[in-house]
Design a protein around this ligand. Sequence first.
Ligand code: NAD
Ligand code: TYD
Length: 364
Amino acid sequence: MLLITGGAGFIGANFVHHWLGANDEPVRVLDALTYAGNLESLAALRDDARFGFDRVDICDGEAIAALLRRHRPRALLHFAAESHVDRSIHGPGDFVRTNVQGTFALLEAVRGWLGELDPAQRAAFRFLHVSTDEVYGSLQPHEPAFREDTPYAPNSPYAASKAASDHLVRAWHHTYGVPVLTTNCSNNYGPYQFPEKLIPLMIHHALAGKALPVYGDGCNVRDWLYVDDHCRAIARVLEAGRPGRTYNVGGRNEVRNIDVVHTVCDLLDELRPRAAGGSYRQQIAFVADRPGHDRRYAIDAARIEHELGWTPRETFASGLRRTVQWYLDNQLWVDHVASGAYREWVDLQYGSARDEVLRTGAAS
Ligand code: NAD
Ligand code: TYD
């Protein structure tokens, strides 16, 4: 059994589908269902006996400890986070709470629970922490890509909170012997991504006839990776990664934002031409830049390629085409995640796992 925090979010949900598509081992998703968590992304698994869900906040160490004792996982994969840079600029508190305090609470719950296991079970357990390349800061155009030994230099509140969580994970390994693995991945894209991030936002706005807001000069560079390739990397690190080690994951695919947006427009022109005629490119609008906007990210993925034999399968062209097609085929998913009615229903239907776990005495 794998416990998966944040499994109702973008990458977590893709990972759950990826895992259950290839393995019989059950998964249990732990997720607070914030605005970014969406059970519709997991709806196809509702009747699958290998899938289970608990609504829980990772900051609630008591509830997490109870769930560890109840499910006795062989690994905990930690995806849950506040993940959007622009939101972190407007409200950094949530990022410190979930990404720093939440990771701390999880590590402490795991440490306590591991203390109840015998040494062989303890050694076999894995805490896999899913992190980002943004902890390394920003690159100049001709600087080499981020390696695992590149010094941390986070610039946004989001990146700083993820860097802090990475340090906690590292320390819980060195000090307490928790068997941890950390992955630092570049920008992901693909199905089930909340339409606040660049690619789904552009698709959503284009189809709605709205402006496509490109920050600054549009020449910031990101290293894009199709989400299923990231999921394959995480599964591989879980299988063969060395405890205490970190692995950079990236597609060797650096693209300027304006080129990403142009490609999205061109794909939409082909797959869903504008009713009014002309190209979606006409909707592009350059807007004020993001404060502290990192210029360039690039990942050197040599370690995971050479040590674990992982390489991406999708090219940017093939992955982006699949992604645009997915959004065209799943407009209802977008409409629902963007609506407040969905979250009201979730509160009504699911309440919180904490009350349920503590009421049924699962902590004993
Ligand atoms: P996301 O925002 O789509 O999903 C986050 C999930 O975490 C949601 O389901 C949300 O409900 C849940 N969550 C948030 N706060 C919680 C809390 N306090 N308790 C329990 N659950 C909570 O994020 P994502 O894009 O899927 O990213 C997943 C992980 O991967 C994050 O740790 C992120 O830092 C990392 N990452 C993301 C990218 C990317 O491009 N999206 C790239 C590299 C690394
Ligand atoms: P984003 O998807 O927010 O990811 P991150 O900031 O974590 O890299 O943004 C990707 C890039 O796209 C980033 O350089 C900011 C830029 N961007 C825009 O130009 N316009 C937008 O509306 C958004 C959301 C992002």
